[in-house]
Design a protein around this ligand. Structure first.
Ligand code: PLP
Length: 443
């Protein structure tokens, strides 16, 4: 493994093609993977792990689900890429819109980064304004304008943003603390007429899991509407994972009557634009931007906002996405919710048992552990709180789990991902590993 990492570092910057994979914040050399199936990944040394990364989210059904693999294989036999419209693209756009009605029209792209990049260009085109408001600790991909105080790898590496982003671009992004409605109100009071959009993770999971407080997303909807700005709901990570209609289905869905408020205490609300990725591509490079038809129609060729992609709507990726959404029925979500309850509960018990101050934070079936007295006492509601936790407890916890055959995300700022393939045996292996890891975190 060390040999492979040395070889990789000779030809690939940092030895990896996405920073968090390098184990920088947990130490040691990354495992090089050879294969994955169901709830497991297997490294090049032949060691098998129960996986709680699931490719950072796409693996809702488990790795290499046979029906998804079959759909991709069948599509491959028909041709790898056409660069021309296909019927499957219509079917996927329809499937997305059926599950998330605010996505009246859908444009398929290849990565979540492209989806959010296109969303802010579209918001600027639609409003004629330049500013974008984002939240500290939220990650929306490596778009120049959205790297300021970003979560995920940017948080893992403790970076304020990225070198190479021009001052002019940075000046067009206003960063606000998460879960702080008053701060958003204030920014709009000062600069409302310049703001094209607010972009927010539907439920943040890139600074660890920090759920929106009841009514927070609804307040963003209200404030943006009052000022003629768009609300971009980033469901790249949560979409089709926390439920069939993503976080919006649990929080904003208009299917609930106004007399019966949603689970978060607010009435129904609808974003203007929604970004999807990860699960929607079923493990293949596919993401999407959806939204109100009149806004989406501003995209080329029907409108003046340019966006394009050689591999957009690629037939293999589209086949994987369609098969995944078809298979992701209520039973899948019930199972993932159930195993998330079990594993989150066991992590809490193990850490409690070892006397490690912590809080397990949840957003639907997503969760992560925040370490430290302050997190245990008050919970974490923003990026400052997530950064202030006892991050030093995570590397020993992570490595003890790895030694015991369970692969956690190699950063405390990432969510743990479960899947429909995490069966009793896989869950048992996780539960067996937790007490030892908790003792390691206590040291
Ligand atoms: N938005 C969110 C909420 C994400 O979690 C991510 C990736 O982790 C992205 C956007 C970027 O997606 P991608 O890595 O496919 O570019």
């Amino acid at each position: 493994m060390a040999n492979l990492f040395d070889r990789a570092r000779d030809v690939i910057p940092g030895g990896v093609n996405s920073p968090v994979r390098a184990y920088g914040s947990v130490g040691g050399d990354p495992r090089f993977l050879a294969s994955a199936s169901g709830p497991h990944v297997t490294d090049t040394a032949g060691r098998r792990y129960v996986d709680l990364v699931m490719s950072w989210g796409p693996g809702l059904l488990g790795h290499a689900h046979p029906e998804v693999v079959e759909a991709v294989t069948a599509a491959a036999r028909r041709g790898l890429s056409f660069g021309a419209p296909t019927e499957a693209e219509i079917e996927l756009a329809e499937a997305i819109g059926d599950r998330v009605p605010p996505a009246e029209k859908v444009r398929l792209v290849s990565t979540g980064t492209e989806a959010t990049m296109t969303a802010i260009r579209l918001a600027r085109g639609a409003t004629g304004r330049d500013l974008v408001v984002k939240f500290a600790g939220c990650y929306h991909g490596h778009v120049d304008a959205l790297l300021a105080e970003a979560g995920s790898g940017v948080a893992t590496l403790s970076l304020p943003g990225s070198s190479g982003v021009t001052a002019a671009t940075a000046a067009e992004t206003v960063v606000v603390p998460y879960n702080d409605v008053a701060a958003v109100e204030q920014v709009f009071a000062e600069r409302g007429s310049e703001i094209a959009a607010v972009i927010t993770e539907a439920a943040p999971a890139n600074m660890g899991v920090v759920p929106p407080e009841p009514g927070f997303n609804a307040a963003l909807r209200r404030i943006t509407a009052e000022h003629g700005a768009l609300l971009i709901l980033d469901e790249v990570l949560t979409g089709f994972r926390v439920g069939p209609s993503g976080w919006w289905g649990l929080d904003g869905a208009a299917t609930r009557s106004r007399a019966e408020p949603s689970a978060t205490g607010a009435g129904p609300w609808t974003p203007d634009l929604v970004t999807f990725g990860k699960v929607v591509g079923g493990g293949m490079p596919l993401a999407a931007l959806g939204g109100r038809a009149e806004v989406m129609d501003l995209l080329a060729p029907s409108g003046p906002v340019y966006q394009a992609g050689t591999l957009s709507g690629n037939p293999l990726a589209t086949a994987a996405g369609l098969a995944t959404l078809r298979l992701a029925d209520d039973g899948v979500y019930a199972h993932v919710d159930h195993v998330a309850d079990t594993v989150a509960g066991a992590a809490h018990e193990a850490l409690d048992g070892a006397g490690v101050p912590h809080r397990v934070q949840r957003a639907g079936n997503l969760f992560s552990v925040m370490f430290g007295e302050a997190a245990a006492r008050d919970g974490v509601r923003d990026y400052a709180g997530a950064q202030g936790q006892e991050t030093f407890r995570y590397p020993p916890f992570f490595h003890a789990m790895l030694e015991a055959g369970v692969a956690l995300p190699p950063s405390v700022f990432e969510a743990w991902f479960l899947s429909a393939a995490h069966d009793d045996a896989a869950v048992e292996a996780i539960l067996d590993a937790l007490p030892g890891a908790a003792r390691a975190a206590a040291a």
